[in-house]
Design a protein around this ligand. Structure first.
Ligand code: BTN
Length: 322
């Protein structure tokens, strides 16, 4: 009900809506409306209440709001089961625990801050409070374990396209799944899974987006390599809008992937990649590989053409652009 109330106010911002109209449009009593407005106020929404004109929405909360997120969510499944926390160790760990209790596909875990945010390759992920989007999405894809890298690339495509739409940022994907603006990282993806006999039981897509961090929010060692959407575009990001756009984009690509396989996702990834057709350097289990990033193969591996003419498929690791 709180979501429907917010939808009404957001459809006509700045306008007073009377208690009578609210109760008529939502089919409930004036007392029920009053109770819901009180709940929204407690969640940080500010309303002006005029005895003759009704209610007017003045301010939305700075904290992530479940009601607002759900009120504009156009997906069928992704994000409808929502868990929002002020502080967790890692949203990945919370998602693992929720799955153990039966959480279904599309369940989304969000936190204002993480004390032990996890990055790829055992690194830490800087997750200060209130400014980023730190989230984990539960997936139960019908694919074998060895297709996981494809899902990672799909997630990067969905994220890149939603950031382009909502923030108008000139953003690209560095293989496999770092999102960069002007060579600096704004977002990272970590997929964790559990499987049995080559079949995936579940995947948790962990996504970190540095949305509204300022330069002062980064520790010294990250300043030269990381940036935020707000720093790069000069505008504050409405986090709920970006999450909604990502979930919709992800759901559509995920459906396409299940229907048509990896080929269309691969094309989209290639179009957004800033790694392809560039000299790169990567450290893998087999040592350092240098060469031209030529393409990705059907499993999502990066094909590197070395100066000696050898083609090497790189399955995991970090890439440095030369
Ligand atoms: C990387 O680029 O190294 C991946 C970073 C992934 C960070 C996100 S933030 C939400 C989710 N919870 C975590 O602990 N990690 C992921």
């Amino acid at each position: 009900m709180n979501e429907r109330i917010l939808e009404l106010f957001q459809a006509q911002p700045e306008v007073y809506v009377s208690g009578e109209e609210l109760s008529r449009r939502l089919g409930c009593s004036r007392t029920a409306i009053w109770k819901h407005i009180r709940e929204l106020r407690e969640a940080g929404y500010e309303f002006e209440a005029s005895p003759r004109k009704g209610y007017r929405l003045l301010k939305k909360p700075a904290k992530l709001s479940a009601a607002e997120l759900l009120s504009g969510l156009a997906t069928q499944t992704m994000g409808h089961k929502l868990h929002i926390y002020d502080e967790v160790d890692s949203t990945q760990l919370v998602a693992h625990a929720l799955i153990a209790q039966g959480a279904s596909e599309g369940t989304l875990v969000l936190a204002e801050s993480q004390t032990a945010g996890r990055g790829r390759m055992g690194r830490k992920w800087h997750s200060p409070p209130g400014k980023g989007i730190w989230m984990s999405l539960v997936l139960k894809p019908l694919i074998p374990v060895y297709f996981m890298p494809q899902l990672t690339l799909l997630t990067a495509v969905a994220l890149c396209r939603s950031i382009q739409q909502v923030c108008g940022a000139d953003i690209g994907i560095k293989w496999p799944n770092d999102l960069l603006i002007g060579g600096k990282k704004v977002s990272g993806i970590l997929l964790e899974s559990s499987g049995e006999d080559e079949r995936l039981k579940y995947v948790i897509a962990g996504i970190g987006i540095s949305a509204n961090l300022l330069a002062a929010d980064y520790p010294e060692e990250l300043r030269g390599i990381a940036t935020s959407l707000a720093i790069e575009t000069g505008a504050e990001v409405r986090r709920e809008k970006l999450i909604q756009a990502f979930l919709l984009e992800f759901e559509e690509l995920y459906r396409l992937y299940h229907e048509k396989g990896f080929a269309p996702i691969k094309l989209l990834w290639e179009a957004l990649s800033v790694s392809l057709h560039r000299p790169i350097r990567t450290t893998t289990g087999q040592g350092v590989i240098e060469g031209m990033a030529e393409a990705i193969d059907d499993s999502g591996a990066l094909i590197v053409l070395t100066p000696s003419g050898e083609r090497i498929n790189v399955y995991s690791g970090d890439v440095e652009h030369a």
